[in-house]
Design a protein around this ligand. Structure first.
Ligand SMILES: *Cc1c(COP(=O)(O)O)cnc(C)c1O
Length: 851
């Protein structure tokens, strides 16, 4: 057709229903069951048909139905209730918000955001965590804004062919059907940002998405101003080559920050969610130089002291690196705009003192270096990350490596089923989702009658079986299956059988096929007449991950070969919707990664808050959540290096747990009765998870440990024309210049140490040469503790040393006492650090040891 002009005809929403549009335009609806109930009421079939997308629903509901609803008192009453709740939670005046204070702004940068299945801007756990983070920030009323990219296609969609192989598709996201509007600056103008990418310039428009009272800004390069190359930057999530990824990450970090500034925000604190977003530091430093009229080093003091960096995985593929030769031309092109020296920035992505041989710029290192606050995502992962990145702080003992942990959580109101929420609403104190008093909530969980808990679970499971059957029917008809094959779906899965779920990315370390290492033993469990077990699998393998794809194939082939297709199903196109149905209905959630590669994992938390029970390797979150009362731990053998052998041992251990514990526990009941032991476990699992693994708890911890001190630091650093930041920049320079010349002598013990007994005190003296540093500027301390056979101090203690004599010309005599509280072999040495703790996290670490 030639000369075609396009235009939209919008439904005319009756006056009384206007609020529905507001509702559809704020993702808040997706974690409010009452809001969802409204959409279901409008037209349940249509709601399902448009995949729970209220924007489409309102378009397609039809003028007649809308008019009808505007005269329906039941509907209007419910609408009014939701409106009141919305007003109380979202449209609250700024000054009534809990954590609002003046012009505070915390910016959260992430390459993916998983908010709802209809908003396809995520691939997996990382994105869903970001989505849950923003939702909780809204609930906690934090002054947060999110920044990300608006993918025109997003992550691929998965279908499985007849042989069980994954195919990838990239249908376009219809942005008309997403809750988006163009972001506007203070004058009401739509904004555009531009960024130099080597020899080209990319422009991006900026969209706004409302997540409760948090705004998420999304950059979009699919505009006529851009060359085709530049347009494609925001097409696909994790698609394309290294260069594409670099473009995306420069866009997110640098243009993302620029967008916030254009919109009138002055981010005081930036949260870098995974290395992808680490370029934000470059933009911040440059912005501070420009607006505060300060130099480079002063700007660095402000930026790094107010950045938070979260690392999400120890797996190499998740820790982005760029070849230095790829990156250099980009930094050179940006030199003028950013006032930053490319050679210096290139060093920020390398370990300290690395030589010419290292050619890869690590985004994780950039993140760690440019953030005073950094963390892993579970207790165990914190430890793993400290080991993994210890080389960045070569002079620190491993337990002092400044990477903390904040354990992940899930957004409870988004992930809890409607029936469970109703149950909790009825038996737990009002506001239980906000966890005013976790102890009380836990004791109230015991009051929920077993029968109700069990009935709700049975209903959720029946829903799961039902929706799995329809999904399989659809999968089969897409594959032109025979009528007979389609009919067999009626027997697929048994709502009364023990149902085990396994759904996650098919990354190889997650070992989706672990149980297939003993196919006979597995088939026996599946085919049992009286105690059957069934599995639901789902998950996508990264398009380039052939091994991950072969896992999917293997599972499907196994089901066919052993005639257990009614007991082992694979749901294609794992997404938030499938995750939700699965976590609502399964009895057991299985997770068997290679320890310690799973940094946290969150799907098991979603299961636990819905009355499912976890059976998992003690990795990630489960290492801190597990107790024998609330689930099962699969023994792992991290010490076995032969991968195949390790898999076999761990699989056998898993079979043992299934056969000896899980299956008997589930089926030990008389006909018509409930499994009492099982229900007791459900309750313990609920108590374990409901608060501890909620993202409200998580964001609350980020706020207390990181955001609040960083906001305070920002104000302090920038007050009076950045006086304090300038001082710090100078102090840092002094340490750089002087610490190399500082000399710490050998600790001398005054007493005779041939016979030291418990409770004795020993006195240690030390000569220190400070090379012109003021003694006020440094802390000298003893470092001591029991030693291992190689004379390395394990479990360290420190004691501050005091000057007892000024020996002139920069020489001082220090002294301290050590209390010998325990018997054993001990070692003592000494070190010098900058005074106080404000340089503790710095790279390089300013530590001088006695030598
Ligand atoms: C929760 C969730 C994940 C993350 O689960 P893990 O346990 O971290 O593997 C991935 N994808 C979807 C769709 C989810 O809902």
């Amino acid at each position: 057709m030639r000369n075609i002009r396009l235009f939209n005809v919008l439904p005319k929403i009756p006056q009384k229903l206007q609020f529905l549009e507001t509702l559809a335009d704020n993702v808040w609806w997706c974690w409010n069951k009452e809001a969802i109930a409204l959409f279901r009421y409008i037209d349940l079939d249509l709601w399902k048909d448009c995949k729970s997308n209220p924007k489409i629903l309102l378009k397609r509901a039809g003028q007649k139905r809308l008019e009808e609803l505007s005269e329906d008192p039941t509907f209007l009453k419910q609408l009014e209730e939701v409106r009141e709740k919305f007003q109380a939670e979202v449209e609250k005046p700024e000054k009534e918000k809990k954590n609002s204070s003046g012009n505070n702004c915390i910016a959260y940068f992430s390459l993916e955001h998983g908010l709802h299945e209809s908003i396809r801007l995520y691939s997996g756990g990382l994105g869903i965590l970001a989505g849950d983070h923003l939702k909780s920030a809204s609930e906690l009323e934090l002054p947060m804004v999110g920044v990300g990219l608006l993918y025109r296609q997003g992550y691929f969609r998965q279908t499985i062919d007849k042989e069980g192989w994954q195919n990838e598709h990239y249908p376009d996201n219809n942005i008309e059907h997403m809750p988006l509007s163009r972001a506007r600056d203070a004058d009401g103008g739509e904004i555009m940002v531009s960024l130099r990418l080597a020899d080209q310039v990319v422009h991006a428009i900026v969209w706004q998405m409302k997540v409760g009272n948090v705004k998420l800004y999304l950059l979009d390069t699919e505009i006529p101003e851009n060359s085709p190359d530049m347009r494609s930057i925001t097409w696909r999530l994790y698609g394309g080559d290294k260069k594409m990824r670099l473009h995306q990450e420069l866009l997110l970090g640098i243009a993302g920050h620029q967008a916030l500034v254009k919109l009138g925000y002055e981010p005081k604190v930036c949260h870098i969610n995974e290395g992808h977003a680490a370029f934000i530091s470059l933009a911040r430093i440059s912005h501070l130089i420009e607006t505060k009229d300060i130099d480079y080093n002063t700007a660095i003091q402000i930026a790094w002291r107010t950045n938070i960096f979260t690392t999400h995985t120890p797996v190499p593929a998740g820790n982005e690196v760029f070849d230095i030769d790829l990156l250099r031309p980009y930094l050179e092109a940006l030199q003028e705009d950013l006032h930053l020296d490319p050679a210096r920035i290139l060093r920020w992505g390398l370990p300290p003192d690395s030589g010419e041989d290292i050619r890869e710029f690590s985004m994780t290192i950039l993140g760690l270096r440019m953030a005073n606050y950094s963390n892993g995502v579970s207790k165990l992962h914190g430890q793993v990350a400290r080991n993994m990145w210890a080389h960045l702080w070569p002079d620190k003992p491993k337990d002092e490596v400044p990477i903390k942990h904040v354990t992940n959580g899930v957004h409870v109101r988004s992930w809890v089923s409607r029936r469970n929420q109703e149950l909790y609403d009825r038996y737990l104190s009002p506001g239980w989702e906000h966890f005013i008093d976790n102890e009380t909530i836990c004791s109230e969980i015991d009051r929920i009658p077993d029968t109700l808990l069990w009935q709700v679970h049975q209903m959720e499971k029946a829903d799961l079986v039902h929706s799995t059957r329809s999904a399989i029917t659809k999968q089969l008809s897409n594959l032109n299956a025979t009528e007979k094959e389609k009919r067999s779906v009626h027997n697929c899965l048994d709502p009364y059988a023990l149902t085990i779920g396994f759904a996650r990315r098919f990354a190889t370390y997650k070992r989706a096929t672990l149980l297939l290492s003993d196919k006979e033993r597995l088939a026996n469990l599946l085919k049992s007449e009286d105690k059957p077990v069934q599995f639901i699998f789902a998950g996508k393998a990264h398009p380039a991950d052939e091994k991950g794809k072969s896992f999917i194939h293997e599972i499907i082939q196994f089901a066919k070969e052993y005639g257990v297709s009614h007991r082992v199903v694979f749901l294609e196109d794992y997404d938030i919707r499938i995750a939700r149905t699965m976590v609502h209905g399964v009895d057991v959630w299985l997770n068997n990664p290679e320890r310690p590669k799973e940094a946290s994992g969150t799907s098991g938390m979603k299961v636990a808050i819905n009355g499912g029970i976890n059976c998992s390797i003690l990795d990630g979150w489960w290492a801190e959540a597990y107790c024998p009362e609330c689930g099962w731990a699969i023994p792992s053998r991290d010490d076995v290096y032969d991968e195949q052998y390790r898999n076999v041992i761990e699989a056998q251990a898993l079979f043992n747990i299934l056969e000896n514990e899980i299956i008997p526990c589930y089926y030990s009941r008389k006909t018509g009765e409930m499994p009492a032991e099982w229900i007791a476990k459900i309750k313990e699992s609920l108590k374990m998870a409901l608060y501890n693994f909620s993202s409200n708890r998580m964001v609350y911890e980020y706020k207390n440990h990181f955001y609040a001190p960083a906001l305070e630091a920002y104000d302090k650093l920038t007050a009076s024309k950045c006086k304090y930041a300038k001082e710090l920049a100078q102090v840092k320079q002094t340490y750089y210049e002087k610490l190399g010349n500082v000399n710490i002598g050998i600790p001398q013990i005054i007493e005779d140490i041939s016979h030291v007994y418990v409770n004795d005190k020993i006195t240690v003296r030390l000569e220190v040469y400070l090379d012109g540093l003021d003694p006020e500027q440094v802390d000298v301390e003893l470092y001591y503790g029991p030693v291992d056979p190689t004379n390395q101090v394990i479990s360290s203690n420190t004691a501050k040393m005091n000057i007892i004599e000024d020996k002139s010309k920069g020489n001082y005599l220090y002294e301290a006492q050590v209390d010998c509280q325990m018997a054993g072999r001990f070692g003592v040495t000494a070190r010098l650090t900058p005074a106080g703790n404000i340089w503790d996290n710095h790279i390089p670490n300013f530590v001088v040891w006695s030598d």
